[in-house]
Design a protein around this ligand. Structure first.
Ligand code: NAP
Length: 441
């Protein structure tokens, strides 16, 4: 059950605690055992929202209430849980441990402090960190992965129109390669945290961050209604959003996937699906009778798709490379595609690398499309917080159908990290999420 305190919603557990404080000692100072009781039970930051009110009603003298608040704050600041790794030897998923007493992240100006509900995984959560030597420099350790998030604002950024208690989604963290949403509390830059639209499930919105923003920014600014778009890799995290977003802006979509995912791609709106396991992709595109206006490559495994793209695209088409592997061979291939001019035997179409840029309006638009059911979240599997290493194992197979979600505020997480109360309203959002764990085509 949810109660309100001023304009804030607070959990049942916090409410009970506040009532007990208030009723137990009305009009009196708090005896020592009362303070100890609070100190032991305090597991919910929300108490601060109502503390002034309750202490005032309880008749606590101001100097006494100030010291109690400081004690409570200190206790709370060391009582947050997060998933960390300090090494990537053998894969970062083999090195995770739960830190039940991580310090509360301290927001700087322009950052919200957010209580995480769920995160969806992306290859960027492990690929850069696992690059030998360089990974150590670009992702400082100990690190907590998780860029995509949905959560609730605990401390809003100064000047932000978003309020404390507001449910939000977007991209967490202050380093674009590190994230931090696999934790009870995380930070999000104002540009990267958008209000959750009414009626959109928080867990669905948690899948938007990197993948949907990538799909949006690699397609929408480069196409016009009616354009023919080719999306290489339609069934993974970025692909499922790419198909739907291209359709939402009125494009004709051709995509690739393996046999098992054809129905999924069609159900998302793809007009033509090429089974790359059964057909040679360039030949199939040429044989379609279409010339494509735009190409997005979410795979990056077959560079011939670029070298030969003049055979299936119009001369103004741009080939946007989203996918790829952090390997020397791939880096060399990228340089060739970017720098080798067509008149000297290089590619005959414009080539563009890609990295998503934080943009509030883009995230907001995707959230609105989700509200309008023009875009839906495709969740391959949902894992509990403790199963996060398994979630990474699955992601690393490269065979996910849509997104892999880790439910940060799950029951197991609470048991593992905190012995006490959690935000009941979050639980309501999660249990309302009535999805089957596995996507069934
Ligand atoms: N540049 C950026 O800023 C950026 C942003 C996001 C993602 N990325 C990169 O983009 C790539 C895709 O990301 P993601 O999140 O979509 O990964 P993902 O969810 O792990 O992608 C898995 C999907 O890839 C498909 N796939 C694998 N090989 C394929 C092939 N040869 N042809 C067509 N589909 C193939 C699989 O489909 P089947 O099982 O049907 O084969 C599976 O559905 C990754 O390399 C990632 O690092 C880059």
């Amino acid at each position: 059950m949810i109660h309100s305190c001023g304009d804030q919603l607070i959990s049942e557990a916090t409410w009970v605690l506040l009532l007990r404080l208030n009723r137990g000692y009305p009009g009196h100072d708090f005896p020592r055992d009362g303070i100890n009781f609070v100190m032991e039970k305090l597991t919910d930051q929300n108490i601060f929202w109502c503390l002034d009110e309750v202490l005032h009603e309880a008749g606590m003298p101001e100097e006494r209430s100030e010291s109690l608040k400081i004690n409570l704050k200190e206790k709370a600041e060391t009582a947050t849980g997060s998933l960390v790794y300090t090494s990537t030897t053998g894969g970062l998923d083999k090195n995770f441990r739960i830190n039940p007493s991580a310090p509360l992240p301290k927001p700087k100006p322009g950052q919200h402090l957010v209580q995480a509900i769920a995160t969806a995984l992306n290859p960027v959560d492990y690929k850069p960190a696992e690059i030998p030597v360089v990974g150590r420099l670009i992702v400082p350790k100990p690190a907590t992965p998780g860029i995509d998030f949905a959560g609730r604002i605990i401390v809003p950024a100064t000047g932000s129109p978003l309020k404390r208690g507001q449910l939000v989604f977007g991209m967490a963290g202050t380093n674009p390669l590190a994230g931090g949403a696999l934790a009870e509390f995380t930070l999000a830059e104002t540009e990267n945290a958008v209000a959750l639209p009414d009626g959109v499930d928080a867990v669905d919105a948690a899948t938007i961050g990197v993948a949907a923003l990538t799909a949006y920014q690699s397609i929408v600014p480069r196409v016009n209604k009616g354009d023919h778009v080719f999306i290489n890799g339609g069934s993974g995290g970025t692909g499922v959003f790419g198909i739907q977003i291209a359709k939402a802006v009125g494009c004709h979509v051709t995509t690739t996937c393996s046999t098992a995912n054809i129905e999924l791609c069609k159900s998302l709106g793809a007009d033509e699906v090429v089974d790359y396991r059964k057909q040679a992709v360039v030949e199939a595109l040429k044989g379609s009778g279409r010339t494509f206006d735009h190409v997005v490559d979410n795979v990056g495994a077959d560079l011939n798709l670029y070298w030969r793209c003049h055979e299936y695209t119009n001369p103004q088409a741009v080939y946007v490379m989203v996918g790829g592997t952090p390997s020397f061979g791939f880096a060399v291939g990228m340089f060739k595609m970017m720098l080798w001019p067509g008149f000297l035997g290089g590619g005959k179409r414009k080539f563009a690398g890609f990295f998503p840029k934080p943009k509030y309006e883009d995230l907001e638009q995707i959230g609105m499309w989700m509200k309008e059911a023009k875009v839906r979240a495709i969740i391959d599997q949902k894992f509990s917080f403790e199963q996060a290493p398994k979630a990474f194992e699955k992601l690393k197979t490269g065979r996910a159908k849509g997104k892999i979600v880790v439910d940060v505020a799950s029951e197991t997480y609470r048991k593992a990290c905190r012995a006490g109360n959690f935000c009941a309203e979050m639980e309501i959002h999660i249990t309302a999420h009535n999805r089957k764990d596995t996507y069934m085509p």
